[in-house]
Ligand binder design. Structure first.
Ligand SMILES: NC(=O)c1ccc[n+]([C@@H]2O[C@H](COP(=O)([O-])OP(=O)(O)OC[C@H]3O[C@@H](n4cnc5c(N)ncnc54)[C@H](OP(=O)(O)O)[C@@H]3O)[C@@H](O)[C@H]2O)c1
Length: 279
């Protein structure tokens, strides 16, 4: 399988490096991922879980041409942040998006982003007036040419439908925690497929330990001479997802990248077996 694909005119890597929870190791681990060959980076302007400036440090040190990189970050509501906010929380939401976006560019040392994602809607159901204010502000950044693709994270199928119905700039990305027990987020993935959105799956290994360590995966892994983790990533790629990996290990980075080739070796029976593996 090719390492990249075209999404709304943008070259996007299928496998994306996630930079959450790395604290002072963010720069070194992001650099390690770039050195291993990953070209897609996911971060967030949410100091509680991410060090966006550390990603910027790694980008500067690696010195790769900007056009070879896919850089994606997020706007996070104040309730998802700690005291280290990238905006004035008393400012109206559109101004918060402006401030967060500008601060992301400064942290990353770039003049434009490839992807900009709403970290999560305000509530678990529907889209609030606040969500629309944020989305319109994101659309303004897109209209200005500061970001190529817009997306949303931690959403239900109903919320994606609402966004598709009301957006002026259609979302291009959904980023969700992907549980085997929801048939690997089948409803949201089907919606993404039908409307040409990329589905980015996270916690593929950590949210699905029983499946990843179960007999179906073990049998496929043994036959292919791969690890069970690689089979999970290969399956995700094969069914059209963009998997996120936040591994700290160089060996695992190489294994996760090798899942691209492994995806072509999964049979239709393998895919069906993984889809129905007991969660
Ligand atoms: N939008 C959101 O709200 C949200 C929420 C959570 C995460 N994310 C994004 O998704 C990224 C990934 O997060 P994640 O939740 O999927 O967890 P993760 O940080 O990628 O952790 C995955 C775990 O799997 C292990 N692993 C990775 N490759 C492996 C391999 N080939 N073999 C064996 N173990 C392997 C890692 O261990 P080693 O380090 O030892 O390899 C780690 O313990 C984050 O960094 C972030 O960018 C977004």
């Amino acid at each position: 399988m090719d390492a990249t694909f075209e999404l709304r005119g943008v070259r996007v890597p299928r496998l994306v490096y996630g930079t959450a929870w790395k604290e002072e190791r963010t720069a070194a681990l992001t650099r390690q991922a770039l050195d291993a060959g990953l070209r897609g980076i996911d971060t967030a302007n949410q100091r509680k879980h991410y060090v966006e400036a550390g990603v910027g440090e790694a980008l500067a040190a690696a010195g790769l041409p900007r056009e070879q990189l896919y850089l994606q970050t997020k706007f996070t509501y104040a309730r998802g942040q700690d005291h280290r906010l990238p905006y004035d929380p008393s400012a109206p939401l559109p101004a918060q998006v402006e401030q967060s976006f500008a601060s992301s560019l400064a942290h990353l040392g770039v003049t434009r982003l490839d992807g900009y994602v709403l970290h999560g809607p305000e509530t678990g159901r529907g889209l609030t007036d606040g969500d629309w204010q944020v989305w319109r502000a994101m659309e303004a950044r897109h209209a200005a040419g500061d970001v190529a693709l817009l997306g949303v994270s931690n959403v239900t199928a109903e919320q994606v439908r609402a966004l598709l119905a009301g957006a002026r700039v259609a979302p291009a990305i959904v980023q969700n925690r992907c549980y085997a027990r929801t048939d690997w987020d089948a409803e949201v993935r089907a919606l993404c497929r039908a409307h040409g959105l990329a589905y980015q799956g996270f916690s593929l290994l950590t949210a699905n330990r029983a499946v990843a360590e179960g007999p179906a995966l073990a049998a496929i892994a043994a036959r292919l001479g791969a690890t069970a983790a690689q089979v999970v990533f290969a399956f995700a790629l094969r069914v059209g997802m963009m998997p996120l990996t936040g591994t700290s290990s160089r060996v695992h980075l190489d294994q996760d990248l090798a899942a691209l080739a492994l995806a072509d070796r999964l049979t239709a029976d393998d895919v069906a077996a993984i889809e129905r593996a007991e969660a």
